[in-house]
Design a protein around this ligand. Structure first.
Ligand code: ATR
Length: 277
């Protein structure tokens, strides 16, 4: 296929300069022999320019769009249809252009669900999600769809309660006294531990129990304090990078119709992070 008929996929956000997505997607196209058919680029789009950018997606026939901060909510009103899970979460991070018809999805859910499903069957499993912000919303709705038994634990209890009411699950205040021993999985969807406050953790090490699965959605730094404490306590850990790769893998599938080469994506992203983090 000639270069002129390549399908364009792109990231829009503000800022996008640090994004790992272009390298990850282009490496994935190459690995499965789709690099003559697809190319992935990034553009910094100001919030006020989002409607024009979406018109551009239609006019230029852009095949797929990854939306990041600050566009995940605003883009909902600019597409023709929103997938039901993305509508519940109230955020779209992926737009697929099917011959001019734009449909919005949320692959952050798959970013949380897929890594866990590689390790256990989620149905009926007791899972605590720490946090009640955007990342937590994607985690909670994704896990409930898979019939997990979810408890939301948030510092601001009222915010956790509100999300729990919406999603149909339990909530509690995230305090040092919170007992999580009965939970099989703990997902950290707070921003605690993120660079530069890398010595912070949302949980005391005493809260953790050997054998639990601890999934930290924070991926900068690669090894957060929570991940280090969890390993020390004998928990199984899932790094935040696996979420980033899994959400990208689901976008790859939506854009190309093929399953994503996870190993290649992981390798590329990790090699960039080793240099930059
Ligand atoms: P995101 O979209 O990345 O999820 P967010 O919407 O700002 O970001 O949400 C951040 C989450 O981290 C919230 O649940 C926040 O708790 P509050 O609702 O109480 O603010 C949580 N968080 C941030 N800093 C925290 C801290 N120091 N201790 C505990 N939770 C914290």
């Amino acid at each position: 296929m000639s270069t002129s008929s390549r399908k364009i996929c792109m990231l829009i956000g503000d800022p996008v300069t640090q994004s790992l997505s272009p390298a990850m997607h282009n490496a994935a196209y190459q690995a499965v022999g789709l690099d003559e058919e697809f190319v992935y680029i990034a553009a910094c789009v100001k919030a006020t320019d989002l409607p024009t950018a979406l018109s551009g997606v239609r006019a230029l026939g852009i095949k797929g769009v990854s939306c990041t901060i600050p566009h995940k909510q605003a883009v909902i009103d600019l597409v023709d249809e929103v997938d039901s899970l993305a509508a519940s979460i109230g955020a779209v991070n992926t737009v697929v252009n099917d011959n001019g018809f734009l449909k919005g999805y949320n692959t952050d859910c798959a970013g949380v669900v897929a890594p866990l499903q590689r390790r256990l069957d989620l149905k009926g499993k007791s899972i605590t999600v720490l946090g009640a912000g955007g990342a937590a919303r994607a985690a909670v709705f994704g896990l409930i769809k898979e019939e997990a038994d979810v408890l939301i634990a948030n510092r601001t209890a009222a915010k956790g309660e509100k999300l729990a009411e919406e999603a149909g699950c339990r909530s509690a205040a995230l305090t040092a006294e919170l007992n999580l021993a009965d939970f099989e999985v703990i997902v950290n969807a707070t921003s605690v531990g993120m660079f530069p406050k890398i010595e912070e953790s949302p949980l005391q090490i005493e809260t953790l129990r050997p054998g639990q699965i601890v999934f930290d959605l924070v991926y900068n730094p690669y090894e957060t304090k929570l991940i280090r404490d969890s390993k020390m306590k004998g928990c199984a850990v899932i790094h935040g990078l696996e979420m980033f790769i899994a959400q990208g893998a689901e976008q790859f599938r939506l854009f190309t119709g093929e399953s994503a080469p996870l190993d290649v994506m992981q390798e590329v992203v990790q090699s960039i992070l080793v240099k930059t983090l």
